[in-house]
Design a protein around this ligand. Structure first.
Ligand code: BES
Ligand code: MN
Ligand code: ZN
Length: 497
């Protein structure tokens, strides 16, 4: 989708469809009111007839209004509150796309950027609009012999009365498009089946991404390299699989080589059967999404590099397939991690932390400003927070605060769970330094406690995205691309102060 900016007299703009907000108050205000005056009261007449009341979620298409150059005018309800919530605003944008996607118009002019949205300025509500439009247009039909229709709507023009708005609107489009491109990549990778998206596939994909831009360093560690580094924990996860594990790194230098990089680490389990501690059959197909942390860091990387943000960014992906077999790790096995700490694997289904811990130790060598890992780590996180909110934990309150703030700004929210010392004892093992599970209580927290044993050298935060990375079951099933907006915002904020 192409977005651009326009100002000037709205009634003279030639377009397939002009989209205008209309609130629930009886008297028209703003853009709707001025258009109503021009077209001889046709809009207020529609309201009077009861064709539209302005309720949130409503819409009405009007054709060939006198005095207005647009072929159609789409009225969309903005509700009765003076300010819309993020959720209402997104619903409005979704409604616009649903109406126009395969309608008659191939372009639209959206006169929506002046609509008041709670706690959002022109830039941030416009960006939300751009991202929501893009999100609603996403399709994944790679594996369908009969492809879905391409949307007829090809171009959206964001209209504002004031020419001075142009700069903020253009920045919102630039950032919104970059975030959406990243999110689309993350969704595509997440939606790929496990027989296609293997660790080897992710490594190829990362290398291809590195080639798209100048000055990106790509590195793929093979199993023999990981063995030499002492990554016994990560390798225990791939031991049962025919697919070799990969540790993938991409580094982007956007500023002074001496500036410490921000490091993101993604869990890349391309399929999680549970291993010998095998999962039950129901919905097991959804464990193809267990690489959404990896897909997220690639999406964020793409967004940041395409914006040429003046920061240094390194992303790491710990990728393996978790399978049961004669060579698989067994409950009770003890392995030695790269950090030297020994781990008793009491449950082979707690494999995410086993691959992440070695990648987190490896991250030390990049002298990171901070490290954030992103992982579909625990079913317990879905129990605690459902599918709307990412679990946030870590060893540095300032970093956690920044991530929570970025989540609010990007409407991709997280919520902090405590990492109090008391929980650490749940990981005690009689035989090794640490066990890989902490019992039935506070599973999300004890998983983070496990990771915390490997992240003492730098400020670290952990995002548990088990609930937010994909929509489960049903017709809407699929990867969401979260938390690409949260993380991209976090990195944008590093530059903007
Ligand atoms: N990938 C799963 C977590 C998961 C489960 C994500 C369901 C999304 C939906 C992870 O590897 C796992 O299996 N975790 C176990 C940990 C347990 C064995 C301590 C879990 O959550 O059951
Ligand atoms: Mn598992
Ligand atoms: Zn897993």
């Amino acid at each position: 989708m192409e977005f651009n900016v326009k100002h000037g007299a709205l009634e003279t703009i030639k377009t397939g469809c002009l989209v205008v907000g209309i609130n629930e108050a009886r008297t028209l205000t703003g853009t709707a009111a001025s258009l109503d005056g021009i077209c001889g009261g046709q809009i207020s007449a529609a309201v009077k007839r009861g064709d539209i009341t302005g309720k949130s979620g409503q819409s009405l298409m009007l054709f060939a209004l006198p005095g207005i150059s647009a072929q159609r005018v789409l009225l969309v309800g903005t509700g009765k509150n003076a300010e819309m919530s993020d959720r209402d605003f997104r619903k409005l944008a979704q409604k616009v796309v649903a109406t126009l996607k395969n309608g008659g118009a191939t372009d639209a002019v959206l006169a929506l950027t002046a609509l008041p949205v709670k706690n959002r300025d022109l830039y941030s509500r416009t960006r939300l609009l751009v991202e929501t439009v893009r999100e609603s247009l996403y399709q994944f039909d790679q594996f369908k012999s009969k492809k879905a229709d391409k949307p007829r709507l090809k171009k959206c023009t964001l209209w504002s009365a004031d020419k001075a708005d142009a700069e903020a609107l253009k920045r919102a489009i630039l950032h919104g498009q970059a975030i959406s491109d990243g999110t689309d990549l993350t969704r595509d990778l997440g939606n790929l089946p496990g027989n296609v998206c293997t660790p080897t596939y992710l490594a190829k994909e990362a290398k291809a991404l590195a080639k798209q831009f100048k000055g990106i360093e790509a590195e793929v560690l093979e199993e023999k390299d990981m063995k030499a580094l002492g990554m016994g924990s990560l390798l225990a996860v791939s031991a049962g699989s025919a697919e070799p594990a990969k540790l993938i790194r991409l580094s982007y230098q956007g500023t002074d080589a001496k500036a410490k990089p921000h490091v993101l680490v993604g869990k890349g389990i391309t399929f999680d059967t549970g291993g010998i501690s095998i999962k039950p059959g129901a919905s097991m197909d959804e464990m193809k999404y267990d690489m959404c942390g990896a897909a997220t860091v690639l999406g964020v990387f793409k967004a940041i590099v395409s914006l040429q943000l003046p920061i240094n960014l390194t992303v790491l992906i710990a990728s393996a397939e978790n399978m049961p077999s004669g060579t698989a790790a067994k409950p009770g096995d003890i392995v030695t991690s790269m950090s030297g700490q020994t781990i008793e694997i009491l449950n082979t289904d707690a494999e995410g932390r086993l691959v992440l811990c070695d990648a987190l130790t490896y991250a030390e060598r990049f002298n990171p400003a901070s490290v954030v890992d992103i992982a579909t780590l625990t079913g317990a996180c879905i129990v605690a927070l459902g599918s709307h909110t990412t679990g946030v934990m870590g060893n540095n309150d300032e970093l956690i605060e920044k991530l929570l703030d970025a989540g609010k700004q990007a409407d991709d929210r997280g919520w902090q769970l405590p990492l109090f010392d008391e929980y650490q004892e749940q990981l005690d093992s009689p035989f090794a330094d640490i066990a890989n599970i902490g019992g039935p209580k506070a599973g999300t927290i004890t998983a983070a406690c496990f990771l915390s044993r490997f992240t003492k050298a730098y400020p670290w935060a952990h995002l548990d995205i088990a609930g937010t990375a994909w929509i489960s079951g049903g017709k809407e099933k699929g990867a969401t691309g979260r938390p690409v907006p949260l993380l991209t915002q976090y990195l944008l904020n590093q530059v903007q102060g």
